[in-house]
Structures are given as structure tokens and as C-alpha cells.
Design a protein around this ligand. Sequence first.
Ligand SMILES: CCCCCCCCCCCC(=O)SCCNC(=O)CCNC(=O)[C@H](O)C(C)(C)COP(=O)(O)OP(=O)(O)OC[C@H]1O[C@@H](n2cnc3c(N)ncnc32)[C@H](O)[C@@H]1OP(=O)(O)O
Length: 262
Amino acid sequence: MSPWPFTPSQPRDYSLPNASWSSEMQRLYEHYNNLCEMETEGGEKIKGAWRRLPSYNRSLKYATGGQCLSKLLQGKARIFTRNIEEQGAGFEYVVFVNKQEKTCVCVFQAGHLLEGPPGHVHGGAIATIIDSVTGTHATYLSGPVMTANLTVNYRSPIPLGSVVLVHSSLDKTEGRKTFLSCQVTSTDGSKMHTEATGIACLCPLVWATSWDSDGQSSRCGDGSSYCSERTAEAKQSPWAVGVLFECILFLNDQFSKTFTSH
Ligand SMILES: CCCCCCCCCCCC(=O)SCCNC(=O)CCNC(=O)[C@H](O)C(C)(C)COP(=O)(O)OP(=O)(O)OC[C@H]1O[C@@H](n2cnc3c(N)ncnc32)[C@H](O)[C@@H]1OP(=O)(O)O
């Protein structure tokens, strides 16, 4: 690993198909991926309502200023759903967001390491994928968040190795809080596996700096879509504070390493 935190790198995008994906997983990936790009009558390709979110084994890629943060913390900040080496053994998933409807869908294939009841997915693994999807969705909508609350109702077991859809929708935002609902269903929608609601809380530092002079919130998850109408100036504020905050964390870590190695 490079000792210099700004060194450019090409991390693996875990949301792209791999050999472990079943034909059903592949089919659904292609279905939603096709909705990301539309063709006009003139044959021109234009952006659709959906967008695939790339996914890395580092967790900060989509935070406001995340491109920079993820480089600073590339050797540190890991997200455990993306750190099981064997392809197909753990969480195989891809998340798509619908900018207009403010909804999100995840195509999820559960691998053998996620077993709970014999032949079925562990409840903690189900809560994990729900937390990951709603957390990603809230981050996309509002900026870097922590899960404050997650309430899960398990309706029917999920067979190990099967593919399910995880739907997340925005209920409301209230101050720092983003309220989301989530359903895990079979891919044809006929069976409800799990229902959940959650509250994601915008990180305090970002919240404190995300107000325009006119009192309008300028939170922007990916800085490009949900808040595209907001001012560029407003977008800079949480980005800059985020980078400053992460610089402090990075320097702190370097100092810690220096002291503990002696
Ligand atoms: C970038 C990644 C991309 C990549 C995508 C990454 C996807 C993965 C996402 C994983 C997300 C996680 O697992 S995060 C890890 C699990 N979560 C945690 O560890 C969070 C631990 N809890 C905390 O750190 C804290 O409690 C916070 C940050 C949630 C809130 O603390 P705080 O900042 O001091 O704020 P506080 O005033 O207490 O609360 C703010 C508002 O939220 C309300 N509130 C707080 N807790 C609750 C609660 N349990 N249920 C209801 N409401 C609550 C309060 O009443 C208040 O409402 P009002 O008075 O304003 O009305």
C-alpha cells in the first residue's frame, strides 16, 4: 500500500457481476441496469430514472467529499459486507436508486456463510443487508449518516443461495433524521420475507454546516442529483468540513501509530 494517502487507485467495484452470480441475479442486474440508460427515438442514449451505485470495500465513497475521503482512508475504513474474500460466499448485492421517486432497490444473493436456521439466511445477515441498503439510500439522499434506529419484522425465511429484492423508500425527513421503510421480497414480489423501518441520523458535523444563508438545507448525498438545484457554494461547505475532519482523523492515526510503535 502506498504510504501517500492521495495516491490514485482503481478499487474493485463490487456491484458488478462476477462468476458467483446466479442467472436470476444476473437477469435482475441487467433489468435495472437497462433502466439506467434510455434510448430516444433518434437512437440517442440518455440517462434513465435509475442509477446503479458503484460499491467498494471502503465505506466512504458516496459521502459528500467521499472521493477524497476514501483516498485518505483507503487502507482503513472498511465495510464488512464487502470484505468476504470468496466470491458468492457472503453478501452479493447491487444497489440501484431512482432519483425521481427517491426509492432504492437492491438485488441480493445470500451466500453460504450467511446461514442461520438450516438452509436459510441468518436474521442478523438480513438486518445487515437492510441496514446497508437503507444506509446507502439515506446517504445518497441526505449525506453521511449513522443508523439511529432499525426495527425489523421477519415474515418468512429466506432460502440460502436465493436472490431477493430489498426495496427502500423515503418516508420523510425531519431535521437531521431520514425515515425509511424497507421490504425484502422474492424477486417476483409474491412473497414478503422481511419488513423494516429505520431512522438514519445525519452526522452532526455535516448537519451543522449544511444550511444556506436563506435557511434552506443544502445536504447532498452524491452532490449531483437529489440536490442538483442547490448552489455549488452550498455543496462545498460539508465537503470541505468533511475533508478537514478526515484529515484530523488521519493525522491522529499517524500519531497513534508513531507512539504505539515505540
Ligand atoms: C458514507 C457511507 C456510504 C456507504 C454506505 C454505507 C452503508 C452502511 C450503513 C451502515 C450504517 C450503520 O450501521 S451505522 C452503525 C450503527 N449505528 C450506530 O452505531 C449509531 C450509534 N448512535 C449514535 O452515534 C448516536 O446516537 C446518533 C449519531 C445516531 C445520534 O446522536 P447525536 O448526534 O448525539 O444526536 P441526538 O441529539 O441524540 O439525536 C438526533 C435526533 O435523532 C433522534 N434519535 C436518536 N436516536 C434515536 C432512536 N434510536 N430512535 C429514534 N430517534 C432517535 C433524537 O431524538 C433526535 O431527534 P430530534 O430531537 O432532532 O428531533
